[in-house]
Each structure stands twice: as C-alpha cells, then as structure tokens.
Design a protein around this ligand. Structure first.
Ligand SMILES: Cc1cc2nc3c(=O)[nH]c(=O)nc-3n(C[C@H](O)[C@H](O)[C@H](O)COP(=O)(O)OP(=O)(O)OC[C@H]3O[C@@H](n4cnc5c(N)ncnc54)[C@H](O)[C@@H]3O)c2cc1C
Length: 407
C-alpha cells in the first residue's frame, strides 16, 4: 500500500516508522525545513517523552476525551513507547511524577533517532513540502495536493498536522481545514496548559514571586469547576503561571471571564478553624508587635502589603488590637484569596491545543475517519488533550500506533 503522512512531528514520524515496518511504501510530507520542530522545544529542550503511568493512572491525566483514547492507550502504552525508543538507541530515565526523559536530557536525540529509523526503513521524507488539500474520491482518500499544484496519489492519507500553538513550529491548524473539507466537525480549538491573565492591579508588582504548597481553585456560578492539587505557581506581572495554574487553565478554557472566579488557598493543609487557632497562637507570641509581623510569618514578604491593603488593616496596627472579625477576615483571605480573571494568555503561547477534530467521527481503534475511508487523524489535531507530564506525547504515539495497526 502507498501511504502519505502529512506532518513530520511526533505523531507523523512515529506513524511513518510503524507503517513502514509493516512493509508499506510511506511518503512523509513536512512543510518545515526539518522534522520535529516542536519536539525540539518539548520539556524545555529535554523532551518529557512519556509518563510511566499506564491505564487509569494515565487516563486520569487526560482532560478531554479520555474514553476515546482508552483503547489506543491500552494497545500501545508508555511501556511500549519506552521500549521502542530504547530500541532505537535512546536510553531513558524516569524522574519525579513518573516523567520519562532521555538520559542525555536532549530532545534532539528523540528526533535524531526517529530520523535514523525513517532512513533505515526507506521512508520517503520530503521537507519544505506543504500539503494544501486532501484528495477524496468516492468516499475514500486517494491523494494530496501540494502547494504549487502537484498531486501525490496514494491509497491512504494520515493527517498528523498538530494543533495551533507555537505556530512558528509549523502547527498552524491546517489539519482542521482538511478535516472540515472532508465533512468533519471541528471542536473550536483553544489554548490548554496556558498562563492565566488577571485584572488585579495590586498583583502587577509581584512578577517573579513563586509560591509553594498552595492550591488554585476555579468556581463558576457558585460551583467548583477545578481544584488543583497542592503545588507550585508563580506571579508573572500579567497574571499567574506555573504547574498548578497550567493544569487549571485546561479546565477553564471554555468559560467566559465574567462567569468565573479564581482563588488561591495559601494554607491548604489547614482548615479555617485550625488556621484561626494558629493565628491566635501567633498573636499571643507576637504580643504588641505590628500586623505586618503577623503577615510576614504567614506569607512571602511581597504579599504583606497586598494583604494589609485588601483587608483594610494598617500594617502598623498592634496584633493584640486586632478584632475577632479582623482575624476571621484574615483567615478567609488566606484560604480564599480571590483573583480577577481576565482570560487565558495568547493561544500561541499555550503548551497544547484543546479542541480539534471531533472524536465522535473517528474510529478509536484505528483513528480512521468514519466519514472517509482510508483517511486518518492522529496526534494533537484530534480533540484530545492532557495535563503536563509526558501525557500529550504519549497520546501522539498511541494514536499513531492505533493508525498503523490498520495497515
Ligand atoms: C513548549 C512546549 C513544550 C511541550 N513539552 C511537552 C513535553 O515535554 N511532553 C509532552 O508530552 N508534550 C509536550 N508538549 C506537547 C507536544 O509537543 C505535542 O502534543 C506534540 O508535539 C503533538 O505532536 P503532533 O505530531 O500531533 O503535532 P506537531 O508536533 O505539532 O507536528 C505537526 C507537524 O505537521 C506539520 N504540518 C502542519 N501542517 C502541514 C501541512 N499543511 N503540510 C505539511 N506539514 C504540515 C508541522 O510543520 C509540524 O511539523 C509541549 C508543547 C509545547 C508547545
């Protein structure tokens, strides 16, 4: 069979390898001057290749359409990915949170290994080659048209064009146009794993301040939308970012700012009662010291002024003169420090695209379109996205393997 794979990122390269291993003729088309441009920047250049978690532990980290991805994850999971890359000559290591990286800490080793494999399998890799449309005849994919008008005829087309973030890497959403032209529904693509922008003027000077052991929460119309695990975040000047904020963003990216309230719990290990007791103890110890001393013991110094202003309590007020109501207000603010949500950062700076080709019209076992025979969609172009930790690349590999299993 002659197969054209459109897009030489993680999913396209991987599918090309697996399909060529089965003895098929594979032509891999990439519009950039090199393969895997996005792969080079993954994991801050170290490439968090996959996550050692499998089964439910893996699927719990998939934000959208975990059920759809289940069968491909079962048939080709992170253990398979690790074995495949070790076999390609890339030794791997497992770090905190079961994150898998190349021992070399070099994302380029992953791309280089796949390039070597593609060469050995005689995959016809064509760089600087942009596909402008998928050709369909009688309900079946039969080729692609390239920029300039040339046509490549084939027996099957695999669309692996990625999402719409970090467009300079080549992910410009072309796959959505191909899918739409083939009659597919597209779930509006928005950013996931993104920084969050805030309107709060009093937080603008906190740029660079990082917080550990805090929780971020989102509520909409009084209902809890998302509560992060205890973790790290930071202030950016424009808003907030960091691990727990990136996760939060993937759960709020379709809610209008006016319908959303965000908050930080600075003391997630203590409930309000225990925190009140702790503050009462502190006050007894501090005696006639100033309110700012009490705040300094509870918060990073940079937040002392912010809290004093928001609580409308003078920093110089003696702690033993704080009223019961003032102590209670302090407890409430530590547990529920509200943020004025403006929206997510620009989609181009988001780590992942949430949305894409609607999975209801895709066969979960093979990634083949239910509308057009021998047309496949794999990787980030699909409406599947996950949290950080190597899960998104594993989705690229699992869907590529599911597609290859159909040949
Ligand atoms: C900064 C950053 C860090 C990340 N780090 C990690 C990480 O450590 N671990 C993890 O699991 N995930 C990470 N991700 C997410 C991960 O990189 C993506 O989910 C993954 O690369 C998706 O692979 P893909 O093959 O579907 O798409 P892409 O990697 O985006 O590849 C698509 C390819 O298709 C090509 N293409 C597009 N249109 C056409 C066309 N018309 N003709 C020809 N070619 C075309 C593009 O040029 C591109 O090369 C990160 C993402 C970013 C932005």
């Amino acid at each position: 069979m002659k197969v054209v794979v459109v897009g030489g990122g993680a999913s396209g390269c991987f599918a090309s390898l697996l399909i060529a291993e089965k003895g098929h003729e594979v032509i891999l088309l990439e519009k950039n001057e090199k393969l895997g441009k996005k792969l080079y920047i993954t994991g801050k250049g170290r490439c968090n290749l996959t996550n050692a978690a499998t089964g439910n532990a893996f699927l719990n980290n998939v934000v959208n359409n975990a059920k759809f991805i289940m069968s491909s994850e079962i048939r080709f999971n992170s253990a398979d990915t690790r074995a495949y890359f070790e076999n390609l000559g890339v030794p791997l290591k497992v770090e905190r949170g079961e994150r898998v990286f190349p021992i070399s800490d070099k994302a380029s080793d992953i791309t280089r290994a796949m390039e070597k494999g593609l060469k050995e399998l005689r995959v016809d890799v064509r760089l600087n080659t942009k596909v402008t449309s998928i050709n369909i005849n009688d309900g079946q994919a039969c080729g692609v048209t390239l920029e300039g008008g040339n046509v490549i005829d084939c027996d099957a087309v695999v669309v692996a064009t990625g999402g719409i973030t970090y467009k300079l890497t080549g992910s410009t959403g072309d796959g959505y146009k191909f899918a739409k032209a083939a009659g597919h529904k597209i779930i509006e693509p928005v950013g996931g794993l993104s920084a969050v922008l805030l309107n709060d003027k009093d937080l603008k000077n906190l740029s660079g301040l990082s917080l550990k052991n805090v929780v971020v929460k989102a509520t909409s119309n009084g209902k809890l939308v998302y509560q992060s695990p205890i973790g790290e975040m930071l202030f950016t000047g424009q808003g907030i970012s960091g691990p727990i904020v990136l996760s939060l963003s993937s759960y709020i990216n379709r809610i209008l700012p006016q319908n959303l309230v965000l908050s930080i719990d600075f003391k997630p290990a203590l409930d309000e009662f225990a925190l009140f007791q702790r503050i009462t103890r502190d006050i007894t110890e501090l005696k006639s010291k100033q309110f700012s001393s009490l705040l300094s013991g509870l918060l990073p110094q940079a937040l002392v002024d912010v809290f004093a202003k928001r609580l409308n309590i003078l920093k110089t007020k003696k702690v033993n003169q704080l009223s019961h109501e003032e102590r209670e207000a302090l407890v409430k603010m530590l547990k529920n420090f509200t943020l004025d949500y403006k929206g997510l950062d620009d989609v181009d700076r988001a780590v992942i695209t949430s949305g894409g080709v609607c999975v209801k019209e895709i066969k979960p076992k093979s990634m083949e379109s239910k509308l057009v025979k021998r047309l496949y969609f794999i990787g980030e172009v699909l409406d599947v996205d996950a949290l950080t930790g190597g899960f998104n690349l594993q989705i690229a590999f699992s869907t590529a393997a599911a597609c290859a299993s159909d040949f």
